[in-house]
Design a protein around this ligand. Structure first.
Ligand code: GUN
Length: 291
């Protein structure tokens, strides 16, 4: 088998951001509407600060309004809920994202439940989880699995029906919504996880693999079915033998690219799709809120 094709998420995300910007320009011109995204960051987590900065920058580049709220590490649950209620009531704010993880004193589920489901551009509210699960057109879909789906639809030219897919990982943020999205595309979907008895046997059947376990290079090339299409959601920083660090996915890229038909690299695969899908969800939310 020759080396796998590289699925260029970075380029696809750039194209998606352009399409979002075009849609935003149309909303401004035809409806006088500028979509707005509010991002709330509690505390000083360095990785979260980088995400939030990138979100703000790309929101502005797409022609939308960005509202950023940085609250101290010591913020009480009551104060954070008050901020969420204020944003729910603000008509200029079409999308609300509360950056996770939150400090220990705050109940994450209570905060997510307080967000207006129609402004929940992360798709984490139980109402949106239920909408996705029941196939409702009103669902706002979590950004990372949505990005994976858009890459898969593009690669297969929409022809996902009947494919065998294995999702590795059962998180609320990626694994479970990915299961629902692939099921809706009429794939036959298996969700594997840390207690799966024989992961290589499951993966050996899969036309599509989505790896989202958060364990560096855990999925080996020799476990894959020849010709599989591999979407690697992992972003893990590991030590290099010669010193320093590098980013790797949840899939052993070198091994997998000898067996797979196509694979997303890390970095430059799924990563850039997440914020692009957040912008897309914000436009979707703004359109629905304004009829
Ligand atoms: N922290 C890391 N990724 C995300 C995300 O997609 N949404 C939120 N709210 N927090 C995150």
């Amino acid at each position: 088998m020759t080396d796998a094709a590289i699925i260029d998420g970075k380029a696809f995300a750039a194209g998606l951001r352009d399409r979002v910007a075009t849609a935003v320009a149309g909303l401004k011109r035809d409806h006088g509407l500028t979509p707005g995204l509010a991002v709330v960051l509690v505390g000083e987590d360095p990785a979260s600060q980088v995400y939030v900065r990138n979100k703000g920058k790309q929101t502005l580049e797409a022609g939308m309004e960005s509202y950023e709220f940085k609250l101290p590490d010591t913020t009480s649950q009551e104060d954070l809920l008050a901020k969420v209620h204020e944003l729910n009531a603000d008509p200029k704010v079409n999308g609300i994202l509360v950056q996770l993880p939150l400090p220990k004193q705050i109940d994450e589920q209570a905060v997510l439940a307080a967000i207006d489901p129609n402004k929940d551009v992360d798709g984490f509210h139980v109402v949106n989880v239920g909408r996705l699960n029941t196939g409702s057109a009103d669902a706002l879909v979590p950004c990372t699995p949505l990005g994976c789906l858009l890459l898969l639809r593009d690669y297969f030219g929409g022809a996902l029906s009947g494919k065998k897919a294995v999702v590795v990982g059962r998180s609320n943020i990626v694994g479970k919504p990915m299961f629902n999205l692939l099921l809706q595309e009429s794939c036959t979907v298996t969700v594997a996880h840390s207690r799966t008895a024989d992961l290589p046997a499951e993966l050996g059947q899969a036309d599509i693999v989505v790896a989202a376990v958060g364990r560096p290079e855990m999925v080996k090339g020799e476990w894959l079915k020849p010709g599989a299409v591999v979407i690697d959601v992992g972003i893990n920083r590991i030590e290099k033998p010669e010193g320093g660090t590098r980013l790797v996915g949840d899939v052993d890229f070198a091994g997998a690219s000898k067996v797979a038909a196509a694979i997303t690299p890390v970095p430059g695969g799924v990563g850039p799709m997440t914020i692009a899908c957040l912008l897309r969800n914000t436009v979707t939310a703004a359109c629905r809120q304004n009829g």
